[in-house]
Design a protein around this ligand. Structure first.
Ligand code: SAM
Ligand code: SF4
Ligand code: SF4
Length: 342
């Protein structure tokens, strides 16, 4: 697999495989209502036992194979990825692989003060920190565990001091945190960090999603533009999920991820690897393809690669576009978000 450049595989809708998101744990120290509601993910919830999780060696081997198929960007997610022991070691192992240009981490930020410096030293490029409100009472309710805004802001500061790239993700839910849109925009504009608003999605089966709870991005664009004029910026690359804007007269950007009202399936180049080693081709997939069993049974790189290529060749997922056309698409049983990450 060395020497020649990567092969490029296209799915049935002619989309290349470019990005891989790896969930490194299904556990989390938060209980965000839209992702892992406490009443379902309580003290007796059967999280994966250690032996079912892919080891760092297994993940690295798979990433090497994915890189040989054209994957250049890796995002580490979860659950809360910083709960996985020794995570910087995994970052260092992936960093050494040929063809991987960018490694990012999505985190709730609470453990960044402890790990930011080590992560940067190991080769992490960027973090995306999730934060849905600047109000302690609302934030405590959203995260389900009473974590304070300060806990996350300290994480963001630690990432900044370590020299990591930073983006902030805010999931907007009507009636829950829509009053936080403007305060969040003001705060992160001042800080010079890119804030991205994410439309609340019907991931998994337990978050009680309803279309009325979604605040469409165009509504948020209007709201912000009235107070702080913004202008569109061209996309950075094919398949970029956020519509990018800039505050007029500044270099500070702001983004909108309109997964519900303006689906972007036609340029979706992402594969997802769950903590237990199943490959998913869509955030809303009903099932994945087990790679851990063949890996542990001793298949060669070529054999594993063929499995991945076969899955990608058959891929025709376009759930968000289908949801726009037909709400019956909503009725299927989907994989839970904490399994495969966001
Ligand atoms: N624990 C980490 C975190 O919260 O950043 C990483 C995993 S989390 C599943 C990844 C991202 O998915 C977070 O930004 C989270 O806000 C987002 N997310 C979770 N449930 C969502 C939903 N129903 N709709 C939209 N985004 C969601
Ligand atoms: Fe945990 Fe992230 Fe899900 Fe919140 S969104 S429960 S922080 S995995
Ligand atoms: Fe990609 Fe599936 Fe999301 Fe469409 S719905 S953008 S195919 S992950």
């Amino acid at each position: 697999m060395t020497g020649k450049g990567p092969e490029h595989v296209l799915d049935r809708l002619k989309r290349p495989l470019r990005d891989l998101r790896i969930s490194v744990t299904d556990k989390c120290n938060f209980r965000c209502r839209y992702c892992m509601p406490e009443e379902i993910f309580g003290p007796d919830y059967p999280f994966l036992p250690q032996e079912k999780l892919l080891t760092f060696e297994e993940m690295t081997r798979l990433v090497r194979i994915f890189a040989s198929l054209g994957v250049k960007k890796i995002r580490i997610t979860g659950g809360e990825p910083l709960l996985r022991r020794e995570l910087p070691t995994l970052i260092g192992m992936i960093r050494k692989l040929e063809g991987i240009e960018d490694i990012a981490l999505t985190t709730n930020g609470s453990l960044l003060p402890k790990f930011a410096t080590q992560l940067k030293a190991a080769g992490l490029n960027r973090v995306t920190v999730s934060l849905d409100s600047l109000d302690d009472e609302r934030f405590g309710k959203i995260n389900g565990r009473g974590f304070k805004v300060r806990d996350v802001l300290k994480g963001i500061e630690a990432a900044e001091e370590a020299g990591l790239g930073i983006k902030i993700n805010m999931v907007v839910q009507r009636g829950v945190n829509d009053q936080d849109i403007l305060p969040m925009a003001r705060y992160f504009r001042e800080k010079g960090h890119i804030l991205r608003f994410i439309e609340f999605m019907d991931v998994g089966n337990s978050n009680g999603w309803r279309l009325e709870h979604v605040v469409p991005s165009r509504e948020i664009v209007k709201m912000i533009n009235t107070e702080m004029p913004i202008e569109p910026v061209d996309p950075n690359y094919y398949g970029e999920v956020a519509s990018r804007y800039r505050y007029k007269g500044t270099d500070t950007e702001i983004g909108f991820i309109s997964s519900v009202t303006e689906a972007f399936c036609s340029t979706c180049t992402r594969a997802r690897l769950s903590a237990e080693g199943a490959l998913y081709t869509c955030l809303f997939a009903t099932a994945g393809t087990d790679l851990r069993t063949p890996l542990r049974q001793g298949e060669t790189d070529e054999q594993l690669k063929k499995r991945i290529v076969d899955v990608w060749h058959k891929r025709k997922d376009r759930y968000s576009e289908e949801r726009l056309q037909n709400t019956n698409a909503l009725k299927r049983k989907k994989v839970e978000m904490y399994h495969i990450g966001g």
